[in-house]
Design a protein around this ligand. Structure first.
Ligand code: SAM
Length: 337
């Protein structure tokens, strides 16, 4: 997993350490070690762009600092930049032939391509995008995943008005919540990005918006569940519009959604479509695209749904949005059980 090192439990401690490291690097601009320490402090504080900048400076000042190369490699992996990660990690292996820093395993991960997007990367991406999101998505990108999903769900479930407890995974600024609000008795959103969640709250259509990871928010025993409700089976409908592209393997999300859904319950979601490999092929059924999002195949979605105990009530091709004028092919699906 391309995760960054675990953050200290107290964000204030991490912020103080980052401020101190920043000051030290400012006072010693040509000290490679000071920039490497700043990079590490930024990683611990989940400040990925700052970490990359500081670690790049550290390796420019001291190209033979294997530990800084490893940290920079980890940071690039977390940013889904596998080639850049592999470059620095290979240099680290050459500088540290005994592999005391564990760079070899990271090279292998980088060469296999970034198999997982770091939550820190996704959060930073959307924190920066939040202000422009609605205008760009509904304008030039002609985004219509929420509407496509709404129409498909209404067809399958018969548009139940004001009766459902709904959880909107990766709710963003609330475009998906807006499409489903008419079905809701209660509507809860969860999103990794505080800036996107703030926009969703400001929309005034959610009963609650939680900042956190969607899988953890659904999973039984995760501390976020306390915020969602006392019992795991808390929702009639879970929605994930244009969110699963930030996840490769869908199994953990599907099984945690199963836990948070009542029986009967529905899971309505979209994915960007990955052409299915021929039957019997060993490919995984999803791929990391040059757009730095994952694409998933229809057969893979069906297998993952079945493995999590869902039936596939509908699964259809749909146009999610436009990218440089070209349609982005997707799948909209409703799982039930
Ligand atoms: C393309 S936006 C879609 C937002 C909204 N569903 C819509 O239809 O406009 C994707 C959102 O998913 C969120 N996200 C991505 N991965 C997530 C995760 N693991 N847990 C929670 N939110 C996540 C991002 O922060 C972002 O706000």
């Amino acid at each position: 997993m391309n995760r960054l090192p675990a953050s200290p439990p107290d964000p204030e401690v991490a912020a103080d350490a980052l401020a101190a490291a920043r000051e030290a690097a400012f006072l010693s601009p040509n000290d490679a070690g000071a920039h490497a320490r700043l990079g590490r402090a930024a990683l611990a504080a989940d400040r990925l762009p700052d970490a990359i900048e500081a670690l790049q400076r550290a390796v420019r000042l001291d190209p033979d600092d294997a530990a800084a190369r490893v940290d920079l490699g980890r940071a690039w992996l977390a940013a889904a930049e596998a080639e850049k990660a592999a470059f620095h990690l290979r240099r680290a292996v050459a500088l540290d032939p005994g592999d005391t820093l564990g760079a070899r395993a990271l090279v292998a991960a980088a060469e296999a391509g970034a198999a997982e997007l770091s939550p820190v990367f996704v959060r930073n991406l959307f924190d920066q995008y939040a202000e422009r999101y609605d205008a760009e998505m509904t304008g030039t990108l002609a985004y219509r995943a929420p509407e496509a999903l709404h129409d498909l769900f209404a067809r399958i479930a018969g548009a139940p008005a004001n009766t459902l407890d709904i959880l909107d995974l990766g709710c963003g600024t609330g475009l998906s919540g807006r499409a489903f609000r008419a079905f809701a008795r209660t509507l809860v959103g969860v999103d990794l990005s505080p800036a996107m969640a703030a926009k969703a709250r400001a929309r005034g259509i959610y009963d609650r918006v939680i900042v956190g990871d969607m899988t953890r928010a659904c999973a039984r025993g995760a501390h976020d569940v306390a915020a969602l409700g006392e019992t795991p089976a808390a929702f009639d409908l879970v929605v994930a519009a244009d969110v699963l592209g930030y996840v490769g393997d869908l199994a953990p999300v599907f099984s945690s959604v199963r836990v948070t859904l009542r029986r009967p319950g529905w899971f309505a979601a979209t994915v960007e479509e990955n052409p299915d490999a021929p039957p019997g092929s060993s490919t995984r059924g999803f791929a990391f695209a040059p757009t730095r999002r994952f694409r998933h195949g229809a057969a893979y979605v069906r297998r993952a749904a079945q493995a999590a105990g869902f039936g596939v009530l509908a699964l259809e091709p749909t146009e999610l949005r436009r990218d440089r004028g070209q349609p982005v092919a997707g799948l909209a699906f409703i799982l039930g059980g």
